[in-house]
Ligand binder design. Structure first.
Ligand SMILES: *[C@@H]1O[C@H](CO)[C@@H](O)[C@H](O)[C@H]1NC(C)=O
Ligand SMILES: *[C@@H]1O[C@H](CO)[C@@H](O)[C@H](O)[C@H]1NC(C)=O
Ligand SMILES: *[C@@H]1O[C@H](CO)[C@@H](O)[C@H](O)[C@H]1NC(C)=O
Ligand SMILES: *[C@@H]1O[C@H](CO)[C@@H](O)[C@H](O)[C@H]1NC(C)=O
Ligand SMILES: *[C@@H]1O[C@H](CO)[C@@H](O)[C@H](O)[C@H]1NC(C)=O
Ligand SMILES: *[C@@H]1O[C@H](CO)[C@@H](O)[C@H](O)[C@H]1NC(C)=O
Ligand SMILES: *[C@@H]1O[C@H](CO)[C@@H](O)[C@H](O)[C@H]1NC(C)=O
Ligand SMILES: *[C@@H]1O[C@H](CO)[C@@H](O)[C@H](O)[C@H]1NC(C)=O
Length: 460
């Protein structure tokens, strides 16, 4: 006796888009072997005389009639005999004994008080399995089927399992029976494992805010349906590897990070798969940390009247709150930027920014940022009680950056008055050039340059 078993597994997911007047846009989902009802949004006073339901499987061969009501007579379309019915008051269609081939677009047109039409999509989910058994026997054998050693109430050469469920997994045997010889012969078992599609995967994470260096986090990944054969964890797009802080549970259904660090921030993915499906789910882990690396960026020297923008940076999650002190005294500025629109000499001083993280409760100061308005002050050792701050550029010389001194004898004071500065032997200790600070120098009498000199002076 020669026996064979064949298994045929047909998974199906097909999606089409549609939407129209008398039908909700859908899609409608149905289970293989089950039934669905396409409910229209209308209802008429009496039976509708004309209803056309058509089906388009999207293959491009056009639509075929499903059921037709014409002058009150109902005709089932070819292939739909006995498994369709239409509600004559609403035009709603019930479709039973769903097959995978029923996936597609359903179109209705009917005439009530006026012509109405609509369409919607049906997706049929599920797998069907057909086992078939053959035996050399005369007279031809009769067949019976058993699952896990228990006879099924099924006879025939083929065993069709529609929309198979998990509990239909097991070892199938077919018994061939010769009615004359009265011999029973069993086939070799065929083991069928029914795997549900994995769906509804979800990562659950910690509910309390995490603090770097202190908290631990457990992420666990579960699917609402389906048997997961393998689980994979990714961070970003890279596989997550175990380390002294990162450990996986034995079945990889959860990962524990202890303690969490700022580098653990990011998007985690869990990928569940079995031979028939894969489901991936993402989770954003937020680890609160900082502030760290607090620093001020901005000018250290500006001319009077110019705008100054100091910006405080801090690595922090959540973003830090800032406050500023000048010369060690608190200010009312609580933004990352400290802006002086019109710098005056009085704005010179020591600026410090304090970053504070409301969640970690930590705060940290930047280093002192020294701002000088008008350039760097200088004090002659034994000169007059005047400090000159000079920014100059030589508009005449071929190398405009080469300035070694400035021939200046009159300074405008801040209040508009002038300060007399003595003889050409006046010692300028701090003539600045575009290249930096020049040596202190006396003015050579024989040299006269036309200069575009801007200066600001400070008289204590
Ligand atoms: C149509 O209506 C019936 C009865 O209210 C309901 O059971 C069925 O789920 C509806 N069909 C759809 C596709 O919503
Ligand atoms: C399998 O489970 C379904 C419900 O999920 C039940 O109706 C059916 O009887 C079960 N079949 C077997 C063979 O246990
Ligand atoms: C993480 O899970 C492990 C074991 O599953 C448990 O011991 C630990 O307390 C959990 N940690 C957190 C933060 O929930
Ligand atoms: C995680 O964050 C990224 C970037 O902000 C965002 O694009 C993504 O949608 C988030 N993912 C989840 C699951 O919230
Ligand atoms: C920090 O700033 C946020 C708004 O950015 C504000 O809601 C919060 O109250 C501030 N926290 C502190 C401690 O100032
Ligand atoms: C500015 O800071 C320096 C040290 O960085 C200190 O010597 C000086 O006294 C401070 N000036 C003021 C006005 O606080
Ligand atoms: C800057 O301040 C000076 C002195 O108070 C004033 O004369 C000048 O108009 C101001 N400039 C701007 C742009 O506000
Ligand atoms: C800082 O202190 C210096 C020296 O006392 C003073 O000239 C300056 O105006 C102060 N700056 C600020 C912004 O208070």
């Amino acid at each position: 006796m020669d026996m064979r078993l064949f298994a045929l597994v047909l998974p199906s997911i097909v999606g089409l888009c549609s939407s129209k007047a008398v039908l909700p846009p859908g899609p409608v989902n149905g289970a293989l072997g089950g039934s669905v009802t396409f409910n229209t949004t209308i209802s008429s006073e009496g039976p509708i005389q004309t209803i056309f339901w058509n089906f388009d499987d999207g293959s491009g061969s056009g639509s075929v009639p499903v059921i037709t009501v014409s002058s009150g007579t109902t005709i089932d379309g070819p292939g739909y005999e006995g498994r369709v019915s239409v509600n004559s008051f609403t035009g709603s269609l019930e479709l039973r004994e769903l097959t995978l081939g029923d996936t597609g677009l359903y179109l209705v047109s009917m005439i009530t008080s006026k012509p109405e039409s609509g369409s919607t999509t049906l997706n049929v989910y599920g797998s069907s399995i057909t086992l078939s058994c053959s035996a050399q026997s005369s007279p031809p054998a009769q067949f019976q089927w058993a699952l896990n050693g228990k006879m099924l109430d099924r006879e025939g050469q083929e065993l069709k399992l529609e929309n198979v469920q998990r509990n239909q997994s097991g070892s199938y045997i077919c018994w061939a029976h010769n009615s004359i010889t009265l011999r029973y012969t069993a086939s070799k078992p065929s083991v069928i494992t029914v795997l549900e599609k994995i769906s509804g995967a979800e990562i659950t994470g910690p509910s309390e805010p995490l603090i770097a260096g202190k908290s631990s986090a457990n992420l666990s990944c579960q699917a609402a349906a389906g048997t997961s054969i393998s689980r994979e964890w990714l961070k970003g797009d890279q596989p997550l590897s175990p380390s002294h802080r990162i450990t996986f549970s034995e079945d990889k259904s959860s990962v524990s990070i202890s303690p969490v660090e700022s580098t653990d921030n990011g998007e985690y993915q869990c990928r569940l798969s079995n031979p028939v499906s894969t489901d991936t789910v993402s989770y954003n882990l937020t680890v609160n940390y900082g502030p760290e690396d607090v620093l001020i960026k901005g000018a250290t020297e500006v001319e009077e009247g110019k705008m100054v923008e100091l910006i405080c940076f801090a690595k922090s999650e959540p973003p830090a709150n800032f406050s500023w002190t000048t010369n060690g005294t608190d200010t009312s500025v609580t933004t990352a930027k400290y802006i002086i629109y019109n710098a005056t000499y009085d704005d010179s001083g020591n600026y410090t920014c304090v970053a504070e993280n409301a969640v970690t409760g930590l705060s940290r100061s930047s280093a002192v940022h020294v701002l000088t308005v008008g350039g760097e002050g200088s004090q002659s050792d034994n000169g007059p009680n005047v400090r000159a701050i000079v920014g100059a550029s030589n508009q005449q010389a071929n190398s405009p950056d080469q300035i070694t001194y400035a021939d200046v004898s009159v300074f405008n004071k801040k209040d508009g008055g002038t300060v007399e500065l003595g003889t050409p032997e006046t010692v300028y200790t701090d003539v600045r050039t575009n290249l930096g600070r020049a040596q202190a120098t006396t003015v050579p009498e024989e040299t006269q340059y036309a200069m575009n000199v801007k200066m600001l002076i400070y008289v204590p």
